[in-house]
Design a binder for this molecule. Structure first.
Ligand code: 5AD
Ligand code: SF4
Length: 461
C-alpha cells in the first residue's frame, strides 16, 4: 500500500469521466451522529449509483466501505480507528476493497488519518461529498493513490445539493450548512465551516421534485435553521410560509433551532400554517442556568428562553417540545445544575437528549481548567434522566384514547404493524387497514408510552 497522500482537486466538469461498472458493486456506509450525517450518507449512496454501486447491509459484501463519522461528542477518532481496524483485516482477503472516512472526523483530522491508518484510501470532508464519484473513479483507475479531500468551499451561497434519488415518504432537505455561533463547547464551526444558506428558488425546486417522487413530509436541516437567509432576503419564517404556499408538500419539520434566533414571526407563521408545519419543536436549551449559558456563548438567558417557550404555547397550545442538555460543563456548580433540573419541571419537554460535557478540539471551553470529574458528570446525567422519566410518563398520558392524524411511513411485517408519526413527532405503531404507506390516516391511541404510541386504525383521510 502506498503511503503517498495526494490532495484531491476536482476536475472541471467536462473533464470528469466517472467509471461505470458493468456489474453492480456493493457499498456499505456506516453512519454516526446527527440527521445531517444520515442525509449525507443517503446522498453519498445516491451519487454512487451513477457508478453502479448499490447499498449492502454487511461490510463483507462491499467493494467500497465509507465510515461517515461524527465528532460532536464521545471519542470519535478512537471509534474510527477501531472500525478501520476491522476493515484492515477484511482488506487482506479482498485486496480491491476501498475504504474511506467521511464526515466531521475526516474534516478534523484530514491527512493525519491517512498517515495513522494505512488501510484508508481516502478522507472526505462534509463539504466535499459531491466529489465522491470522481474520487472513487480515480481510485479505481489508480488504486495505489490515497486521496485527501477535506477542503471547505467558501461559496457565498451553496448551490450544489444532490437529492436522494429514491426517497421514502419522509426525507431530509439541507437548507443551510456550517455554523457561525461558536458555542464554546462545540466543534461544529470548525468541522462544517461558516454558515451558508441555499437559494430559496432552489429549495422550492427540490421540494417539488421530491413531491413528484412521492415524498409527503420533509425535514429541513441546518445547524441553526432559524438563521437561514436566502440570496433574495427570505428569512426562515418566510421560507416556511413560501414552501407551504408554493409547493405541494404536505408536512414540514425542521431541525435544529437555536433559541436566540427563534422569532415570534416564526411562531405566528407556524400557527397560521399548522396544517402543514408540524407542531413539534426541538429547542436545545443546553443549561437552565444563565451564568452557564453565558459561558457557553449561547446568546440567551434562562428568562429569555422561558419567554420564548411561553410564546410558543400561547400560539400553539398543543405543541410538543424536546431539547438538548449538557451536564457538567466546566465549572458547573451543584446549584447551577439544580437550575437545569428546575427548568425541566417548568418546560413540558416530551423528550430530552442529555449529554455529559466532553472537551472537543479547537473549542474555547476545552482550554479551561475547571473540568468536573467523570463521576460527577455521570451522577448529574443520571439524576436528570431519572427526573425526566417521571415527567415524560405523566406527559404522555394526554395521548391516551385520543385520535390523531398519522402519516404512515412503513409496515413492520414481523409485528404486523403499520408505523408512522403524528404532527408532534410521536411514533405511532398501529394495526388495521390495508396499503397504508404514504397515506394520512386517523388512528385511535390505545396505550401511550413516553416515546411511542400504540393504536388502532380508524379511517383514511
Ligand atoms: N459535549 C457534550 N455535548 C455536546 N454537544 C455538542 N458539543 C458537546 C460537547 N462538547 C451536544 C449539544 C448539542 C448536541 C447536538 O450535542 O447538546 O445540542
Ligand atoms: Fe454548535 Fe452552537 Fe452552532 Fe449548534 S449553534 S452547531 S451548538 S456552535
Amino acid at each position: 500500500m502506498s503511503q503517498e497522500i495526494t490532495r484531491f482537486k476536482e476536475s472541471k466538469d467536462q473533464l470528469f469521466q466517472p467509471v461505470k461498472f458493468e456489474e453492480p458493486r456493493g457499498v456499505f456506509v456506516s453512519t454516526y451522529g446527527c440527521q445531517m450525517n444520515v442525509n449525507d450518507s443517503d446522498r453519498m449512496i445516491s451519487l454512487l449509483e451513477m457508478l453502479n454501486y448499490t447499498p449492502v447491509q454487511q461490510p463483507k459484501d462491499a467493494a467500497l466501505i465509507i465510515i461517515n463519522s461524527c465528532s460532536v461528542r464521545e471519542k470519535p477518532v478512537h471509534k474510527v480507528h477501531s472500525e478501520v481496524g476491522r476493515y484492515r483485516k477484511l482488506k487482506l482477503t479482498k485486496p480491491d476493497l476501498l475504504v474511506g472516512v467521511a464526515g466531521c472526523v475526516a474534516q478534523q483530522e484530514k491527512d493525519q488519518l491517512l498517515k495513522d491508518l494505512p488501510a484508508i484510501d481516502f478522507v472526505l470532508g462534509p463539504d466535499n461529498i459531491d466529489s465522491l464519484p470522481e474520487i472513487v473513479s480515480k481510485l479505481h483507475k489508480a488504486p495505489e493513490e490515497r486521496l485527501s479531500a477535506a477542503r471547505f468551499k467558501h461559496q457565498e451561497a451553496y448551490h450544489v445539493q444532490t437529492l436522494v434519488q429514491n426517497p421514502g415518504v419522509s426525507t431530509f432537505v439541507n437548507i443551510t450548512k456550517g455554523c457561525d455561533n461558536f458555542c464554546t463547547f462545540c466543534v461544529v464551526p470548525y468541522t462544517r465551516g461558516r454558515e451558508r444558506s441555499r437559494p430559496y428558488k432552489q429549495l422550492v425546486e427540490d421540494i417539488n421534485k421530491l413531491t413528484s417522487r412521492g415524498v409527503k413530509e420533509v425535514t429541513l436541516l441546518g445547524q441553526n435553521v432559524n438563521s437561514y437567509t436566502s440570496d433574495c432576503g427570505v428569512n426562515f419564517a418566510n421560507l416556511l410560509k413560501g414552501l407551504c404556499e408554493d409547493t405541494d408538500i404536505k408536512r414540514i419539520r425542521y431541525s435544529t433551532s437555536h433559541p436566540k434566533d427563534f422569532t415570534e414571526e416564526l411562531i405566528k407563521i407556524s400557527a397560521d400554517y399548522r396544517d402543514k408545519i408540524c407542531e413539534f419543536i426541538h429547542l436545545p436549551v443546553q443549561s437552565g442556568n444563565t451564568e452557564i449559558l453565558a459561558k457557553m456563548n449561547r446568546g440567551y438567558s434562562r428568562e429569555d428562553y422561558l419567554e420564548k417557550v411561553d410564546k410558543i404555547f400561547d400560539y400553539l397550545p398543543g405543541a410538543s417540545l424536546s431539547t438538548d442538555i449538557i451536564v457538567g460543563f466546566p465549572g458547573e456548580t451543584e446549584q447551577q445544575f439544580n437550575d437545569t433540573l428546575s427548568l425541566i419541571d417548568r418546560v413540558p419537554y416530551e423528550s430530552i437528549y442529555a449529554f455529559k460535557y466532553s472537551p472537543r478540539p479547537f473549542t474555547k471551553a476545552a482550554k479551561w481548567e475547571d473540568h468536573l470529574s467523570e463521576e460527577e458528570k455521570s451522577d448529574r446525567l443520571h439524576r436528570l434522566f431519572e427526573k425526566h422519566k417521571i415527567i415524560a410518563h405523566k406527559l404522555c398520558e394526554k395521548y391516551d384514547d385520543q385520535e390523531f392524524e398519522v402519516l404512515v411511513e412503513k409496515r413492520d411485517e414481523d409485528r404486523g404493524n403499520w408505523s408512522g408519526r403524528t404532527t408532534h413527532n410521536k411514533v405511532v405503531n398501529f394495526v388495521g387497514g390495508e396499503n397504508l404507506v404514504g397515506k394520512f390516516v386517523k388512528v385511535k391511541i390505545l396505550k401511550a408510552f413516553p416515546l411511542t404510541l400504540r393504536g388502532e386504525f380508524v379511517s383514511e383521510y
